[in-house]
Design a binder for this molecule. Structure first.
Ligand code: ZN
Ligand code: ZN
Length: 411
């Protein structure tokens, strides 16, 4: 029977380069992964340049590419995607920013860029939404909290540009710069002016807010300034349903990935205990993925912890996390009505602590795939698989073909 649905399981940053700490092997090569290996043995494998050979992907651009939306056409910056992920509905032309709550000293120098990693900023964000007035610019706005110290801002109004700088000084002990237009266009000047006024007014509201009075009493860093960055203008995204005829959902902890899912029309399924870190509720994410597949034809599930361990340059922890992932995948073996796709969105070598352009391993498991001779899921074994080396943008066409939803080209 042809599978009726697709589960795209993205193990964020899971692939790597040889690690001296692991005897010259990668975390995927050294981890004990009986379930991933069985899936590789029963499926077809390959490696993939999620954007293109030699291009170091961000998680945002790579996920767009994997979903079949070429980032060079659709990507306008992280801001609009983060804003959508924080629950702001982005209309075409709105300008989105990602934001941070931070701590400024009385002389305005930034002393903590994350405000002591404050949690629960909902009350502060609501006070900013109620209190800041940008009507002098004929601009309305939406400001929402994200996870932890994070937040997002969206501006709506005539004549706004997105080419503006950030007020994040990127280090502590210095004054935040003013937001500046990056071009001589009036539209960018207007956005910069609006942002500086937003930062000024929100700072005043935060300074006198009861939450900060309490934090002061307890000796905790105040959340008294908003740092904005990642400006981008929301563009038009043809929905997943229009593009492929598939109803889908997204399961992820990172607001960026949730935002990408939402802009292409995937419904967000929240999973309690899903943190985007190595302590995440992985069992819950897999159970929710299987549940979503009952009602929908496409599910994108992102598991982030491996990328985090690699950014921390910790190959042992990355290896342990891979083994934890493998341990929760068993329920996927019990169903045969969907195509299971497992890959990374980019490699994150522990040796560099950041993303690299090394291609990622890929496996497709399910009825109808041509089973190759690969029996292990890792960077080296998958390179010998039947899919050979593909680009991320080719993944959706291949999957649509395997579920019999591809249109014939020609007669
Ligand atoms: Zn990523
Ligand atoms: Zn990363």
């Amino acid at each position: 029977m042809t599978p009726r649905a697709v589960l795209l399981l993205v193990l964020d940053g899971i692939s790597d380069r040889p690690c001296p700490e692991l005897g010259g092997k990668t975390p995927l090569q050294t981890a004990s992964t009986p379930v991933l290996d069985r899936l590789a043995a029963e499926g077809i494998c390959g490696i993939m340049d999620t954007i293109g050979p030699g291009i170091r992907p961000g998680s945002d651009t790579s996920h767009l590419s994997l979903l079949g939306y070429p980032p060079e056409k659709y990507y306008t910056g992280r801001g609009p995607l983060e804003a959508e992920g924080c629950g702001i509905h982005m209309e075409i032309g709105m300008i989105g920013f990602r934001g941070n709550y931070a701590t400024a000293a009385p002389d305005k120098t930034i002393i903590d860029r994350r405000a002591g990693r404050i949690h629960q900023t909902g009350e502060l964000s609501a006070a900013i939404q109620d209190g800041v007035d940008l009507s002098a610019f004929d601009v309305t706005f939406n400001f929402r909290s994200g996870a932890g110290h994070r937040a997002a801002l969206a501006l709506k109004g005539e004549g706004l540009g997105a080419q503006v700088s950030s007020n994040d000084p990127k280090k502590e002990g210095v004054m935040p710069p003013r937001i500046r237009p990056c071009t001589r266009k009036k539209t960018d000047k207007k956005t910069a002016d609006v942002c500086n006024e937003f930062i000024r007014q929100s700072g005043e509201i935060l300074e006198r807010h009861p939450v900060n009075r309490e934090r002061k009493k307890r000796g905790e860093p105040l959340a008294n300034i908003i740092l904005l960055r990642g400006a981008g203008e929301m563009g038009h995204f043809e929905s997943f349903k229009e593009r492929y005829g598939l109803q889908g959902s997204v399961i992820a902890a990172a607001t960026l990935i949730i935002g990408i899912g939402k802009v292409v029309g995937l419904a967000h399924r929240n999973v309690p205990g899903s943190t985007g870190s190595i302590d995440s509720n992985l069992e819950g994410k897999i159970a929710a993925s299987l549940d979503e597949l009952n009602a929908r034809e496409f599910v994108l599930t992102n598991i982030k912890g491996g990328d985090e361990a690699a950014h921390d340059r910790n190959p042992e922890e990355k290896k342990r996390f891979i083994e934890r992932i493998d341990g929760v995948l068993t329920p996927l073996l019990e169903r045969d009505d969907f195509l299971l796709v497992i890959c990374a969105d980019h490699s994150t070598p522990c040796s560099i602590g950041d993303h690299s352009a090394d291609p990622v391993p890929l496996l497709i498991h399910g009825e109808g795939v041509r089973v190759d001779r690969v029996t292990r899921f890792d960077e080296i074994s998958c390179a010998e698989g039947g899919l050979h080396r593909i680009r991320g943008i080719s993944l959706m066409p291949i999957l649509l073909d395997l579920i019999n939803k591809a249109h014939k080209y020609g007669a």
